[in-house]
Design a protein around this ligand. Structure first.
Ligand code: AMP
Ligand code: GLY
Length: 422
């Protein structure tokens, strides 16, 4: 099998790493990749958003399967364009990718299929939105309807904060067109986890769950980020809750998407709140999470490639995944200044020493190779991971590797997994 992974983050490095272990694999490319993916795949200098060039490359190189990391190329029609060429893509059509790109689309699917989620209402008029917020009171959640780089959500603890968010999204154009429509939601309470299902349009199998750490600062303070760390499995998400999430959230979503003529194929990422009434859907993404993917790939024992092919070929119903016992934990190291203004160009030393720590695995993201040294070129730069028989061992391995790095220009949270370990 000839496989092309699309993207350049830690998630894509982890995907390349897992795919490169497959006995089915004959050739692996990553577009555009990073110095980490270069160790297990051949990097191709095509930007992840250049759908036409990706499709051309896949056709010219007889690629059997394209695995997109980020949602952008899917929303731009990568799976549709590959489908026209008869090339497998383990990701949804642009129409089905609206499960991530449009909050109101997802909410309408939830309503149609009776999927447990926060009560919601959609607004295109800021005055009506303000009146609604004043009537409902706080806490209340304000969301830009379109894609906003993960920053389009304000969990407002006061009515004033909610009104500020409405003004910023709808009147001051903070997210351009993505914010001209908003969704206002009831605030849910509980543990939040990231749950992943591999879907073939009709059937789905669990790809496991992870706990993300979204805020930049320790004790969940500071602005939201793409994710500063993750661990898996999260103890709060018991096998019983996983079954409920598959039955009440994933399966009805697939059925409704099929019924509406846009079957969902690929990775369905459900952000779940484990409320007292059971798991409720916060949001869908149509891809793996980053850094959740890194910890899931470290835990997966089965052949990832065989599973992705089964998803593309509609053969998941008789598929089963095996997992390594124990736990995995990822600490994201970011460049100083992230998420607002990450500094670029700092030299990262000690990568070999960190990778040599027992149980440690390094995945690269915003790195570049300059004159034989690795330098930081992005916000999130490294995922420093640990595995072990339990979460404590995984945690200790990851932080021992962090401490083996020599990178004054980088930082990480020191409390990844701390709540679960306490
Ligand atoms: P989203 O971009 O939809 O993932 O939202 C970002 C974050 O806002 C989520 O990870 C949650 O922590 C929080 N959030 C979103 N919706 C709700 C809700 N209805 N109740 C409580 N928290 C929420
Ligand atoms: N870590 C969350 C995400 O990838 O969206």
């Amino acid at each position: 099998m000839r496989v092309l992974v699309v993207g350049s983050g830690g998630r894509e490095h982890a995907l390349c790493w897992a795919l490169s272990a497959s006995p089915l694999l004959t050739k692996l490319w990553c577009a555009p990749g990073n110095p980490g993916t270069a160790s297990c795949a051949e990097n191709v200098a095509i930007p992840a958003m250049d759908v036409a060039a990706l499709v051309r490359f896949a056709g010219e190189n007889a690629v059997d399967l394209v695995m997109p990391g980020p949602e952008g190329p899917l929303a731009a029609g990568l799976a549709d364009a590959l489908g026209l060429e008869g090339i497998r893509c383990c990701g949804p059509s642009a129409a089905a990718a609206r499960l991530e790109s449009s909050k109101s689309f997802t909410k309408e699917i939830c309503d149609a299929a009776a999927i447990p989620t926060a009560l919601w209402e959609r607004f295109s008029d800021p005055h009506a939105a303000r009146a609604f917020v004043r009537k409902r009171g706080a806490p209340i959640v304000i969301k830009a309807d379109g894609l906003a780089d993960g920053k389009g959500v304000v969990v407002a603890t006061s009515v004033a904060e909610a009104e500020d968010a409405i003004a910023a999204f709808m009147e001051h154009g903070r997210f351009g067109a993505s914010g001209s429509n908003i969704v206002i939601e009831e605030c849910l309470f509980g543990d939040e986890i990231s749950f992943f299902a591999l879907c073939d349009g009709t059937s789905a199998i669990s790809l496991g769950a992870a706990q993300d750490h979204k805020r930049v600062g320790e004790c969940d303070t500071g602005p939201n980020t793409g994710g500063m760390g993750a661990y898996s499995p999260p103890a709060a998400f018991t096998p019983a809750l996983e079954r409920i999430a598959m039955e009440r959230i994933i399966a009805p979503t697939l059925a409704e998407m099929s019924r509406q003529g846009m079957p969902f194929r690929g990775i369905l990422f459900a952000g779940l709140m484990l409320t007292e009434q059971g798991p409720k859907l916060i949001e869908f993404n149509v891809r793996f999470g980053d850094p959740e993917c890194q910890v899931l790939m470290l835990r997966l024992r089965s052949d990832l490639l065989a599973a992705l092919i089964a998803a593309c070929d509609g053969e998941l119903a008789r598929f089963d995944l095996q997992w390594n016992p124990g736990a995995a934990l990822a600490v994201v190291m970011a460049a100083r200044g992230y998420p607002d203004a990450p500094e670029t160009g700092s030299v990262i030393g000690g990568i070999a020493a960190a990778a040599a720590v027992v149980g440690a695995h390094l995945f690269q993201a915003g790195t570049s190779l300059r004159d034989g040294t690795i330098v930081a070129v992005g916000g999130r730069v490294l995922s420093v991971c640990g595995t072990g028989p339990d979460l404590q061992v995984a945690h200790d391995a990851a932080y021992a590797a962090v401490d083996a790095l020599d990178w004054p220009g980088g930082f990480c949270r020191r409390d990844i997994g701390a709540r679960a370990l306490a």
